[in-house]
Design a protein around this ligand. Structure first.
Ligand code: MN
Length: 251
């Protein structure tokens, strides 16, 4: 399937004459400031999207597009957290830079910030320890990779369960889990003696809201890796990309 085909769904849902989101022209990658980007490694981005339901969008560059999953609670740095990841349509590479406001009434209406960005290293191997192309690993329903982001670092795995494709109804989509792989992989890694982290005294009781999500910040307080802004600051910024009904001129 060509990149064009992959993006057709995406384009069909958006009105590019009316929104200033990137429409998916091929762009040469240029990571001016990014520092740690290694030229040949594919990129990833995690956006926080304050749409009808708050969620994180986890996107990995694969064969010229951003393979995408909606992760309601966001990726966790805690290997004990298994985070639900629901596939969404491929997005164009240019979307990884998008931070701004999608107008109400458009698909995905709401505010978007780039929570984390960077590169990743595919890590999947077959039984003979040969590297498996990342697209193939995803096709097989299990892909491991190492993230080199500003916030997320280390090995993660995406694993599909249930059927591999939509079954009969449009609603039965495959479900994936996004999990941080334990550092060290061996036995005792996080498990051992003290279990010293967090938890502790049971003192901190009620407050922190909605049960512990230690590995992920509150999306409303989280700050953009690009601009340092919160969702609210982006939503209110006068220079945020916004809907302009007849604004023919984009930069
Ligand atoms: Mn989204």
């Amino acid at each position: 399937m060509s990149d064009e085909d992959k993006l057709r769904t995406y384009r069909g849902k958006r009105h590019f004459d009316r929104t200033r989101e990137p429409s998916g022209e091929r762009t040469v990658r240029q990571d001016g400031a990014g520092g740690q980007d290694r030229d040949d490694d594919p990129v990833f981005v995690v956006q926080i999207h304050d749409a009808s339901t708050m969620h994180f969008d986890f996107r990995l560059e694969v064969d010229g597009v951003l393979k995408s999953w909606s992760v309601p609670k966001g990726p966790s740095t805690d290997p004990h957290d298994k985070r639900l990841a629901l596939p969404t349509e491929d997005h164009p590479m240019a979307y990884r830079d998008f931070e701004g406001v999608i107008p109400e009434g458009e698909y995905g209406g709401g505010t978007v910030i780039v929570w984390d960005q960077g590169t990743y290293r595919p890590m999947s191997h077959d039984k003979k320890k040969r590297p498996v192309p990342f697209a193939e690993a995803l096709e097989n329903g299990h892909a491991t990779f190492e993230l080199h982001g500003e916030k997320l670092r280390g090995q993660y795995a995406l694993t599909r369960f249930h059927g591999r494709e939509e079954r009969s109804g449009a609603s039965a989509k495959p479900t994936w889990l996004l999990v941080r792989k334990g550092a060290g992989e061996g036995k005792g890694a996080g498990e051992g003696k003290g279990a010293g982290e967090g938890k502790g005294s049971g003192k901190d009781g009620g407050k922190s809201g909605g049960g512990k999500s230690g590995g992920t910040p509150d999306p409303r307080r989280a700050r953009s890796a690009r601009s340092g802004r919160t969702l609210r600051q982006v939503a209110e910024a006068p220079d945020a990309p916004r809907w302009e009904p007849h604004g023919g001129d984009k930069e």
